[in-house]
Design a protein. Structure first.
Length: 91
């Protein structure tokens, strides 16, 4: 599998680190214990298209949001993760 980094271009998978599902949103301060538990421990086991966080540690060190089919490993989109490396776009 190869990932096309928006900053570096197409690179080998070994340059990237998988950081999990990009969908969970951090609970607000004062959230219930159940909401925090769900955020920290519960993840969907998606068989199909999902958004994932990846880190390009072997390249630009940007956090990326990758849309990937977990059954075929086909990648349909790669974009900078919100607040991580986004300032480099268009620089
Ligand atoms: Zn990169």
């Amino acid at each position: 599998m190869r990932i096309t980094c928006p900053f570096c271009g197409e690179r080998e998978l070994g340059e990237f680190t998988y950081l999990g599902d990009a969908k969970p949103v951090r609970p607000v301060a004062g959230a219930s214990e159940d909401e925090v538990f769900d955020y920290v421990y519960l993840r969907d086991n998606v068989a199909g298209v999902m958004s994932e966080n990846w880190y390009h540690g072997g390249g630009c060190r940007a956090w990326l949001k990758v849309t990937r089919n977990t059954l075929t490993h086909e990648i349909s989109a790669v974009e900078p993760a919100a607040g991580a490396g986004a300032a480099k776009v268009g620089a």
